[in-house]
Design a protein around this ligand. Structure first.
Ligand code: FES
Length: 153
């Protein structure tokens, strides 16, 4: 496949890239840019481990072709902290032990940030519903909900 130019802002940096049109955003991030914080769990939209933000909205990066992010802004887990200061949602996951093995955590946190930002964290049930696309094999769900509920404040 012929590569196409791709101008995209990733974690605040404007990048001029070249990608094949079949490449997913997930593979671009992990394989080409070595931003391996974003995880590949299922690679077909079922686990949420690959969740990132495109123009501030969460997407499953395994279901997003990289070329569709032309002119857009992508944020990954690597771009959430401000220098040495973790994002409040990252702090909350630490405080409430919102993980066990940690594999799903980047995706959980990227979803959780949107959950709060979009106003879906008014009750534990709302959080569970919004976060239902992020699977945790360890079953840390109750702590994840606690973390999200606490970080909304
Ligand atoms: Fe994208 Fe599972 S890797 S949803």
């Amino acid at each position: 496949f012929e590569k196409m130019p791709l101008n995209v802002k990733i974690n605040g940096s404007a990048r001029q890239l070249s990608v094949e049109p079949r490449v997913t955003l997930l593979d671009l991030l992990r394989e080409q840019l070595h931003l391996t914080g974003t995880k590949k769990g299922c690679d077909h939209g079922q686990c949420g481990a690959c969740t990132v933000h495109v123009n501030g909205r969460r997407v499953n990066s395994c279901l997003t072709l990289a070329v569709t992010t032309e002119g857009k802004e992508v944020t990954t887990i690597e771009g959430l902290a401000q220098g040495d200061n973790l994002h409040p949602m990252q702090e909350a996951f630490i405080e409430f032990d919102g993980f066990q093995c940690g594999y799903c955590t980047p995706g959980q946190i990227m979803s959780a940030v949107c959950c709060v930002r979009e106003g879906h964290a008014n009750s534990p049930d709302q959080v569970r519903e919004y976060m239902s696309g992020n699977i945790c094999r360890c079953g840390a769900y109750s702590n994840i909900v606690d973390a999200v509920m606490s970080a909304k404040n």
